[in-house]
Write a protein that binds this ligand. Structure first.
Ligand code: URA
Length: 439
């Protein structure tokens, strides 16, 4: 048998050769077991970043990473496990609305979600703004809750695709994150390991996303859909615009309240967010074969929202996981931030650009996200921005409402928002919400 050496694998990739399935499996296993050093893994990541990977190599990498830890099989709790994944955005509270609506359409939802990363928020952080709610669902309760409610929302097990956890941290500090095969393998390894039969990928494009151009996002979507297909999973990707925040609210309890109001069919909720949720939910329902066409699936989604069944599912899951149901009945009960201040436009004009990542970072600096892994999240802080690209504002009109804990973070947010929201004289066309579907 050939003796494998990491230095040979790095050399092969550095020189532009294709790695074999055995090379990739060997590397992932040894790295997970801490038998390959970080500096050698970093060299290989850089070689992959520069040389790329063939579709076959990318699938091999994904499967090896998916198999590096727990392999969840949900078939004893749900006949068909449907999952969704957002590549990360600002104001993206889609899971909070979509999952209960899908469950209310009769498709059981057993979802493992993550926390915020960089400027983009995370579902668990948003849900934890509901007093008492816990993402830890003991295995014994998991099945009962699916049978009773049809909906569980849990944190990822610590041992889900551990190779991805290690590689992601390494890529973050070695300028090797934005490589399409590496991102695709990272996302899909977690989805495959979590036991999804059907996967809807919400691939964000724009200033508030990882992929800045539609071409890049389409390439990433095609790669992930190809991996899903090769792994025998039904996979579809939607390319969604992230050149402005999704909905109005950014920040944990503000977003959770907005999601609840959307489920309550409150007329003052953002139309772009509801439209986005309908599309994602409909694709999940279609994959699970609970509708024959996408239009029929959307009709079902609208029905369960209007009938209040989606809200009931959300409430039932929240209460089953220890959360305070009174907040779902009346989201105005979320504890407000001590400072709530409206920022106004300094001049009149059209909103022609929103630097969405800067909006996300502003919320992080206010305490709504983590600068370091161990940071505590302040659920009450954040921003409400009702303006969208293409809108006209008069001098003195509200630009944003800042919900801050301290005068310093409020002042920082004011400065950041004045430069992140660009107002010009030229009329600007409103942004499309989606750039297409890849399947
Ligand atoms: N999200 C992930 O899970 N992994 C990446 O590499 C990028 C975004």
């Amino acid at each position: 048998m050939r003796v494998m050496r990491i230095v040979d694998i790095i050399t092969r990739k550095r020189d532009g050769h294709e790695l074999s399935t055995d090379d990739i499996r060997w590397f992932i296993q040894r790295y997970t077991d801490e038998l390959v050093t970080d500096y050698q893994a970093a060299a290989l990541m850089m070689a992959i970043y520069l040389r790329g990977m063939t579709p076959r190599e990318t699938v091999d990498l994904t499967l090896a990473m998916a198999r590096s830890g727990d392999w969840v099989d949900l078939h004893h709790v749900v006949p068909y496990a449907v999952d969704k994944h957002s590549s990360g955005g600002v104001g993206d509270k889609t899971s909070l609305v979509v999952l209960p609506l899908v469950a209310a359409c009769g498709v059981p939802v057993a979802k493992m979600s993550g926390r915020g990363l960089g400027f983009s928020g995370g579902t668990l952080d948003k849900m934890e703004s509901i007093t008492g709610w816990s993402p830890s669902v003991p295995i014994s309760r998991f099945r009962e809750q699916i049978e009773e409610i049809g909906f569980v929302l849990a944190g990822q097990t610590g041992n889900l695709a551990p190779a991805d956890g290690k590689l992601y941290a390494l890529r973050d500090v070695t300028a090797t994150v934005s490589s399409i095969p590496l991102i695709a393998a990272s996302i899909m390894s977690k989805k495959l390991a979590a036991g999804a039969d059907g996967i809807v990928l919400d691939v964000k494009v724009g200033s508030g996303a990882f992929m800045k151009s539609v071409d890049q996002a389409r390439q990433l979507a095609q790669t992930m859909v190809g991996i899903g297909r090769d792994a025998g999973r039904d996979t579809v990707a939607l390319l969604a615009n992230m050149n402005q925040p999704l909905g109005y609210a950014i920040g944990n309890s503000l977003e959770t309240a907005e999601a609840i109001r959307t489920l309550q069919n409150d007329p003052d909720t953002p139309p772009d967010f509801w439209h986005h949720c309908q599309e994602i939910a409909a694709h999940m329902i279609l994959l699970a074969k609970a509708a024959d066409t996408i239009d029929q699936a959307k009709q079902r989604v609208i029905q369960v929202r209007d009938s209040g069944h989606g809200l009931e599912k959300f409430r039932a899951m929240t209460v089953a996981q220890g959360g305070d149901g009174a907040l779902i009945d009346d989201p105005s009960r979320f504890e407000p931030a001590p400072i709530v201040k409206t920022l106004v436009a300094t001049h009149s004009g059209y909103i022609n650009q929103i630097d969405t990542d800067q909006i996300g970072w502003t919320c992080v600096r206010m305490g709504g996200g983590r600068a370091e892994k161990s940071d505590h999240i302040d659920p009450s802080v954040g921003l409400i921005i009702r303006l969208k690209v293409g809108d006209y504002v008069n001098q003195g009109d509200p630009l944003a409402v800042i919900h801050a804990r301290t005068v310093e973070t409020q002042a920082d947010a004011e400065i950041a928002l004045q430069s992140a929201i660009h107002i010009g004289n030229e009329p600007t066309t409103p942004l499309p919400q989606f750039y297409g579907v890849v399947q």
